[in-house]
Design a protein. Structure first.
Length: 198
């Protein structure tokens, strides 16, 4: 998580206005407050997690991104962050559209279901894989849409969404994803991190 937080922080310009969607306990918000910007808000569906955030002095409201992003005006933030949550929405496309409406840019991180360990598990065991980044079994996973780095690239291309920066996170190693190494990165990356704009 710390490595992912650093990568997200590095993508954000100083003194930017940011919104963290699905902010959980507020750990990323705290990291950004300490390292990047003092103007950060959060949106979280869990009442208990909202209470934890508020007890830490974080500006968080309770809400579901699929319905409640509509309350934010167009371009009200410089960055909207969605960290490892896209795959849990009923309609990821609508959420992406809302992120890009509310923010000038969006930072989206996804667990990569195309990682070689996931492929090997499915091939050799014949069961849905359980890994460090995908710790749940098929029956209790919050993941509704299994997405790979290649899937996300294709999704953006078809919808004319600009990918300004795309990064691969594998363990502690961070590297750039480009068109020339896309299929390889799709194989070896545990996490994809994208800076996008409409």
């Amino acid at each position: 998580m710390k490595k992912e937080f650093k990568v997200i922080s590095d993508l954000i310009e100083e003194k930017s206005r940011a919104l963290d969607i699905g902010c959980g306990d507020g750990n990323l918000m705290e990291y950004l407050l300490q390292n990047k910007t003092k103007d950060i808000r959060g949106l979280e569906i869990s009442k208990e997690k909202v209470q934890k955030c508020l007890s830490k002095g974080l500006a968080v409201i309770e809400g579901n991104a699929e319905n409640d992003l509509k309350q934010f005006p167009n371009k009200s933030f410089d960055y909207v962050i969605l960290s490892q949550t896209l795959q849990a929405f009923l309609s990821p496309e609508n959420v992406i559209n809302e992120l890009l409406r509310v923010g000038n840019r969006a930072i989206v991180t996804i667990p990569n279901f195309g990682h070689w360990k996931v492929r090997i598990d499915l091939l050799t065991k014949g069961t849905m894989p359980v890994t460090k980044n995908l710790p749940n079994e098929w029956f209790n996973t919050p993941n509704l849409h299994m997405c790979t780095i290649l899937d996300f690239y294709n999704f953006c291309k078809k919808r004319n969404i600009k990918i300004f920066k795309s990064l691969s996170l594998n363990g502690e190693k961070i590297s750039d994803i480009s068109q020339s190494n896309l299929k390889f990165k799709n194989l070896i990356s545990e996490l994809g991190i994208f800076l996008i704009e409409k």
